[in-house]
Design a protein around this ligand. Structure first.
Ligand code: CNA
Length: 252
């Protein structure tokens, strides 16, 4: 089947499904200028595979903080792209229940999505590991203070972003919400995720167990491709523009 026909069929599915959920990964934010993990230009290639390992953070926090200045803080000035906007429009039109995101950049909310489960936390909030003081990194004064102390709290403790490192538990409330959405869905769409990070990659499996249809949009293979009703191995920008064009009358 050619691309246009597949898109039409997918849009039909969107219109007739009752509980549609999207799971997004780092690929969704690549068109906003934020690199993903595993692509050739991704964060792993530049900073090493262990940059998000919790043991490595405790062993060498300044290595992580040097990365944070270059790789995490700039995420906060990034702008949502057409993929985020397309998902926000689907939600507004009642065609999408919510977005489960592995991303920590807050771009879905910036685009207007209301129902967002941030299962790997958010880079907006940082906490002192000694006295638990909370820092809002979007606040100019608090950000400048943390940059000036190299992320040491006023009490001297290390300050860590509220994101899930490898080796840490996921935020329970957010994951429970995501699991409930996945188990209630009749159409589950994954966008820009390699589906290799667990337990996030378990979510499409919960949906499949509920007999939901699975649609995968990702450049490159994922381990769940063979379970997908449709797999779109294309650029997410092209995909999203096509969805907006096809559903034009429903979304405005
Ligand atoms: P990943 O494993 O790096 O996979 C991303 C996937 O997106 C890859 O398969 C790419 O081929 C694909 N991709 C990249 N650009 C495009 C594009 N334009 N069109 C279509 N496909 C594209 O990342 P996952 O999200 O699967 O891994 C989960 C990690 C990455 C989570 O823990 C995230 O917190 C973490 N992460 C988040 C961000 C962010 O918040 N923006 C950035 C980097 C990493």
């Amino acid at each position: 089947m050619d691309f246009d026909k597949l898109i039409e069929k997918f849009c039909e599915m969107l219109k007739t499904s009752k509980f549609v959920v999207a799971l997004t990964g780092a690929g969704v934010s690549v068109p906003s200028g934020i690199p993903d993990f595993r692509s050739p230009n991704g964060l792993y290639a530049k900073y090493g595979q262990d940059i998000f390992e919790i043991d490595e953070f405790y062993k060498n926090p300044d290595r992580f903080y040097n990365f944070a200045k270059e790789g995490l803080i700039p995420m906060l000035s990034a702008q949502p792209n057409v993929v985020h906007h397309m998902l926000a429009k689907l939600e507004k039109a009642g065609m999408l229940k919510g977005v489960i995101t592995q991303n920590i950049d807050g771009l879905h909310q910036k685009a207007g999505s209301k129902n967002v489960a941030e299962i790997h936390g958010s880079v907006r909030i940082w906490n002192c590991l000694k006295c638990t003081k909370r820092y809002e990194i979007l606040d100019d004064g608090q950000r400048e203070f943390l940059l000036s102390t190299n992320f040491r709290c006023s009490c001297g403790g290390l300050v860590k972003p509220n994101i899930t490192f490898f080796g840490e538990m996921l935020p329970m409330g957010e994951f429970a919400k995501a699991q409930k959405w996945a188990e209630s869905s009749d159409l589950f769409i994954t966008l820009g995720t390699s589906l290799v990070v667990y337990p996030a990659a378990q979510l499409p499996i919960y949906a499949l167990r509920n007999r939901a249809k699975l649609v995968i949009v990702n450049k490159g293979e994922t381990p769940l491709d063979r379970y997908a009703t449709f797999k779109f191995d294309i650029d997410l920008t092209e995909f999203s523009n096509k969805i907006l064009e096809t559903l034009n009358t429903f979304l405005n």
